[in-house]
Design a protein around this ligand. Sequence first.
Ligand code: ADP
Ligand code: ZN
Ligand code: ZN
Length: 763
Amino acid sequence: MIAKVEPLTSARALRGPFDYRLPRRLGQVEVGSVLVVPFGRQRTLGVVVEVAERSELAPERLVEPFAAVEQGVPAELVSLALWVAEAYCSTPARALGLVLAPGTGRGERPRVRERRELSVTLTEAGRAAGAALAGGTGTSDPGAVPPSRLGARQRAAIEALAAGRRPAAALAREAACGHASLRGLEARGLVAVERESVRRRPARPVRVGARGIPGREPTPAQREALAAVVAALDAPQAAAGDRRLLLHGVTGSGKTEVYLDAVEAALARGRSAIVLVPEIALTPQTLARFGERFGEEVAVLHSRLPPGARLDEWVRLRSGEARICVGPRSAVFAPVRDLGLIVIDEEHDASYKQEGDPRYDARRVAERRAAGTGAVLVAGTATPRPESFEALRRVVLPERVDGRALPPVELLSTFGASGTGGGLHPRTAEALAEVRRRGEKAIVLLNRRGWSSFLTCRTCARVWECPHCDVTLVLHRAAARLECHHCGHAEPVPQGCPDCGSVSVARHGAGTERLEQVLAELLDPLPVVRLDADAAGAPDALVDRLARFEAAPAGVLLGTQMVAKGHDFPDVTLAVVIDADATLRFPDFRAEERTFALVAQLAGRSGRGARGGRVIVQAVEPEARALRYAARHDAEGFVRGELERRRRLRYPPFTGLVRIVCSSREREPQARAAAAVAQRVGASLGTGGAEPKVLAAPGATGAGGAVLGPAPLFRLKGRERSQVVVKAADRRAAVAAVRRAVDAVAAERSSREVAFAVDVDPH
Ligand code: ADP
Ligand code: ZN
Ligand code: ZN
């Protein structure tokens, strides 16, 4: 037999798979098996993508693998990975890396999957000896060893064991009963020593936020939504499109309850489920609710887990011991069996797109996987993306579970903002003061970290910029330094201007750090809890801060977009967004969508309890369309208008978009490469059109697509950059054309210094 193997190497130019002869000694080898293979002069890991009867190669050219690695992957995931490689212009090796057991790529084989531990119990005789010890007398059992014959440590061990099984290590610690004493007890038949495997289970986060009422009834809308999911579960033969649902429910409408019931329905049918959440650290509530409902059936997969625990969770899913996987985007590759349901919570969240190669979108991968396995897809949100609104069957939860109205939203112009330093409008300051007076809670969103966004010299107008990127440095006062938010460069806070010697440095703009101080003064003595990437630090810090805000009877949660993510705090009566249209000032076709989602999501955090609530939105241009719709909580109206605009301008979902970024240290090589890529893509996309000459030119548009650019991007991490954007009705054809163009240009001598990044469906 022959195995066709994709070697897990980082070389982009390789064209696998490669054939290997399978000797009998390797045992069963199938699609998804991981082999150690000779590759050139190296040994490398490879994944079997096909098993065949014969090879095209002459027998004497075929070599054999050295060994098989124990943790292979399901064949279903191999084909999913190969699809990802193709669809996102990546390589099979990189895409297969997404589906392998955690840790596989790093060493030659994954670490042992379980820690084994010596565990000790009393035997029958040991229990009798223990009873005798406890009674302080000799024993009536003639077979028992008189306690007097035991050493003090052994006696202590037997007493400790009377309460039940103990790990040997614990006995050594507690009873000073070391290995030799233990073996002595074992030799006398008083204890049994066994090797026991111990799973490294991740700790379940404590639940933050509101608890539902146990035993409560689903609302009629929840019941209908669940019925739609169940009907889809029971119709695996239906077209994949009919099994894809958009659960469009306003904030607080009980979407999570629908997910829970849907997962239960899938399990009841003997199938398993994957639940994708934006970011584990920010969604402890969702994770905890699944843990509470399903206990050991839930496995968690995410990159913050220690490697061993991650592998154990992976193995529990692979073996079917756990049938529910909860995790961020990478959990879409969880090795569950008989996949019946994929839930995508907060489907509008940008974290579903991976930033490094392969730049996959977990939502699209989920669609693909669901189609391939006959699973049902449920994407839930209060602010659907135009893509989902257009493509998925919509099920609506129109009201909050308690029937309460969504909070009124007030739009304020930042022009009126006072000189408080934090950029607060007088009415905002007033509303916050009222929260303080009444001892309530507020959430304030400012999507900018640090103290000041940039510094200038008052004398010569020098601007402090990153030496590696063309951006300004941000002042972080607590850390006493200037930081680049793009590359991590940091330098001390300047005492004066290095250019003109002036000691007068102006600080512009306010970030969360500064606003924290403003709020602390304004709201004293209420606690102000800050939530942003600087405050994050240790993995648990975010959860701790959320818990602190929840536990406080009154106070303010302040932070970047992190504060708008799905939190359910019923006692928040005021939500504020400062500089709400900052996101609109980026030249990006998703700017409107993002702004709308951010404001609508934040607004949804307010007024979830009996006291009701309100929302204040400060913006430079409060008349902006995205803000007006958000103020009315009109997601549907917003998306319909947005879809119209996108149709007119030919943006997704009405066209596919592929972005190519070329970069190099010097300006010239990347600019040349970008121009060459644009030229080639234009030429190959143009061939299908009516007027190839016109379409061939970069910058031209037509039926076959359009090539925009190259356009220079700002320098990043010491690299000059240019981007080319390809718009095409046929995304597959566009991706293929881009791949050919990039491969060809990358192979040219003049491209040696150039790095290419291809992003399909960029964000
Ligand atoms: P969403 O995810 O749509 O924002 P959640 O599922 O978090 O909403 O529900 C909001 C709150 O309402 C939660 O505290 C939840 O426990 C509670 N809840 C959900 N469904 C019901 C119901 N049918 N009856 C009463 N409370 C409910
Ligand atoms: Zn100066
Ligand atoms: Zn930088």
